[in-house]
Write a protein that binds this ligand. Structure first.
Ligand code: IVH
Length: 702
């Protein structure tokens, strides 16, 4: 919401008012105040969008913003193109104007060998071109992510953003300045002493969560969904109406230069990135300076392991010879520099055949059409099932059994069918119909008025819903009952052994060992795991109940706010609304859940079975929060704590855990086989602690 309010708020203004447009000349006070407000707003926008560390509440930002707007409305001649009020300019264009690039926007050689061989081959080429022998030291490289968006040239004159242009054919792009102005992360004015001309190159992209949210909204409205974040970003940036662009949250990372006048370009690429960050431009933290082919290989592997966890799509990594002098020595071959290469990862979209469409019944009874696919390697794993979301979306995409379809798997998101490959169908295939009854329990399937989803009305009587509820309860992020996977849950529910969540805790070794393919040892392990699960944090316990609208984050917020299960169970809708980030829909869902006697009974039976949520992490009981306001980064393997355990302890102490190291990181907690984050911490002078150090932070002894 805040992001939106920062990008919006300005009324359309067409063109810049000229100097002598007849308005009364503003007094010196107004001139000074406008400049002061602009500086303040630019500073806070940088803190908010680029550093992710706001200093003032959103309401205060909005207040300053409105002051400036009022001042500019009274004195239009005070308006400048770098004014924060000018992030939204309402003019709808007839078309985009071509822009000839002062320095061509080159492409980059792609290394398609996705194994380590790709990195080794690039280093060998560089060494050969530079005439280096085996005895010469390794070449130093800057390694960074290859963002999957679209390239953009931002032209700053005297530090003010004057033009943004797409790459186009490399020689001539299109002027998209007014759309780029809506991207909060892109400074309209650079910080500090800016050169007369500085063209910054980088990638405009859309985060995966923003993309998912956008599609979720489209789905709810029954509108067309977007295929992937890259196409969505590219489409948005070329929109003629900036008001539409504003509804597509875009981001930016800088990674290079275009034309430069009057500036001593740093001697290394890594130095350049630091200088760009100092100007207030967003630079990605996951970059590293590495030595020789071994360093490249290590970077490629480290990022591959984290690819799914990144908040945006990447299609590979980019290696650049770090020294500008060596870059110049290597030069270019026609359209590509010899000093850089893109080293790819397996593609996140592939084409395969849709073999059948099944219906899956979820925890809340939702019936989801699922595509059974000819297995295909996509985004690093083999995928044979993918979601088709709902009937209406499927119809819009026009997919039918037998079609060649495009499957996308990116990050932790469930693989999905994003469309069909146009082509003739060899025979008539009828359109898919939703069943009238739940395919599992036979209860009527109904669609909520105006909704897109069909649901089984069987509730807890539907074995499929029960199974999903049990699986969710036992999940790693919920009660974490090891060994309780889908095969076992199927057996337990199908044989009528477990009917509800509390029933799990009545399982004994004998009952389990009597099941098919269950050895006594495994049965004992499950009983042990059940025992071990009995002391979850309150947040995990709440999450595990599967209350609609209550995900992990909301569960944590609720636990922190109420402190005890009892307080939450008895909270009114008004009290629930006091929890930060809980809105009317979530509050109503929680209230309805606990108002139902059978849900209360489940909770009581769980407590009676010995489940005791740890009610200590709440604000309500004044637990000390020594890490409040601190951001920590975990790297490597800690001797006793798992990643999740360490994260939980840090969050309970009020701290945040981030995935990457920056100047804003308070501490890096490092274990065995720590990766590039440790190097980065050392480079930036961020304190590095081991597990013992973390424990001291958590429980400071005074
Ligand atoms: S450098 C002269 N660095 O990949 C080198 N490009 O074909 C110019 N890209 O059009 C490119 N991440 O859109 C560079 N870290 C990165 C990049 C990157 C993504 C894109 C860019 C360019 C294409 C290269």
């Amino acid at each position: 919401m805040a992001a939106e309010s920062r990008a919006m708020g300005a009324e359309p203004v067409r063109g810049w008012p000229g100097r002598d447009n007849g308005a009364m000349s503003p007094n010196a006070d107004a001139v000074r105040r406008a400049a002061e407000l602009r500086d303040q707003l630019n500073h806070h926008a940088h803190r908010y969008y680029v550093l992710d560390a706001p200093e003032i509440p959103d309401a205060e930002y909005d207040r300053l913003f409105q002051q400036l707007q009022a001042l500019e409305a009274a004195h239009p001649e005070l308006l400048t193109p770098d004014s924060p009020t000018q992030r939204v300019i309402g003019a709808v264009l007839d078309g985009l104007t071509p822009v000839r690039h002062a320095v061509p926007m080159l492409s980059i050689t792609t290394e398609t060998d996705t194994t380590e061989g790709g990195a080794i081959a690039f280093d060998a080429r560089v060494r050969r071109e530079l005439g280096l022998n085996e005895s010469d030291p390794p070449v130093e490289y800057a390694a960074e992510l290859k963002f999957d968006g679209l390239a953009m040239n931002l032209r700053y004159e005297q530090g003010v953003l004057v033009q943004a242009a797409t790459r186009g054919d490399g020689e001539t792009g299109e002027d998209v300045t007014q759309n780029v102005r809506t991207i909060g992360q892109i400074p309209l004015k650079l910080i500090g002493e800016a050169p007369p001309v500085l063209e910054v190159r980088g990638e405009v992209y859309m985060r995966r969560d923003d993309f998912e949210r956008l599609n979720e909204r489209q789905r709810e409205r029954g509108e067309k969904t977007f295929v992937n974040p890259r196409n969505t970003a590219a489409g948005a940036i070329r929109q003629l109406d900036p008001a539409l662009v504003r509804q597509r949250p875009l981001c930016f990372y800088a990674y290079g230069l275009g034309e430069v006048q009057g500036w001593d370009v740093p001697a290394t690429h890594s130095g350049l990135l630091n200088a760009l960050a100092a100007f207030g431009l967003p630079v990605n933290d996951d970059c590293a300076v590495v030595q020789g082919p071994a360093g490249l290989v290590q970077f490629h592997q480290a990022i591959a392991a984290r690819r799914d966890a990144l908040p945006f799509d990447i299609d590979g990594v980019v290696y650049k010879v770090n020294s500008r002098e060596l870059q110049q020595a290597l030069g270019f071959k026609t359209r590509e520099p010899r000093w850089a290469v893109a080293h790819k990862y397996p593609a996140q979209e592939q084409v395969t055949t849709l073999l059948a469409i099944d219906i899956q019944v979820g925890r809340t009874g939702k019936l989801t059409p699922v595509a059974r696919l000819d297995p295909v390697f996509v985004g690093g794993t083999t995928v044979s099932n993918a979601t088709l979301h709902n009937l209406f979306e499927m119809r819009r995409k026009g997919v039918r059994v037998g079609d060649r379809v495009i499957v996308r798997r990116a990050g932790d998101v469930i693989p999905e069918v994003v469309g069909r490959v146009p082509g003739e169908r060899s025979s008539y295939v009828p359109n898919f119909r939703m069943p009238r009854n739940c395919p599992v329990c036979g209860s009527a399937a109904e669609r909520e008025r105006g909704g897109m989803d069909y649901r089984c009305t069987g509730g807890v009587f539907c074995p499929a819903q029960r199974k999903q509820a049990l699986l969710h309860f036992a999940g790693r992020r919920a009660m974490d009952i090891e060994g309780l996977g889908d095969k076992l849950v199927d057996q337990l529910v199908d044989a009528g052994i477990v009917q509800s969540l509390p029933g799990l805790y009545k399982l004994g070794v004998a009952k389990l060992a009597a099941l098919d393919r269950m050895a006594e040892k495994s049965a004992q392990n499950i009983v042990d795991a059940l025992e071990k699960s009995k002391t979850p944090t309150l947040a995990r316990f709440l999450f595990s109940l599967g209350i609609r609208q209550v995900g992990e984050t909301t569960a944590k917020d609720l636990a922190r706010h109420f402190g005890t299960l009892e307080a939450l169970m008895n909270a009114s809708v008004e009290q629930l609304l006091e929890v930060p980030d809980v809105g009317p829909i979530v509050a109503a869902s929680i209230h309805t859940f606990f108002a139902q006697p059978h849900n209360r009974e489940v909770v009581e039976q769980l407590l009676a079975a010995g489940v005791t949520p740890k009610e200590s992490a709440g604000e309500a009981n004044d637990q000390p929060r020594p890490l409040l306001g601190k951001t920590l980064v975990l790297t490597g393997t800690l001797p006793t704590l798992s990643r999740d355990e360490a994260k939980e302890l840090i969050e309970a102490a009020g701290g945040k855990v981030s995935g990457s190291v920056s100047k804003r990181t308070s501490y890096v907690i490092s274990g065995e086989e720590a990766g590039s984050k440790l190097d980065k911490a050392r480079e930036l002078g961020v304190p590095v602690l081991d597990e013992a150090g973390l424990r001291l932070l958590l429980a400071p002894q005074d």
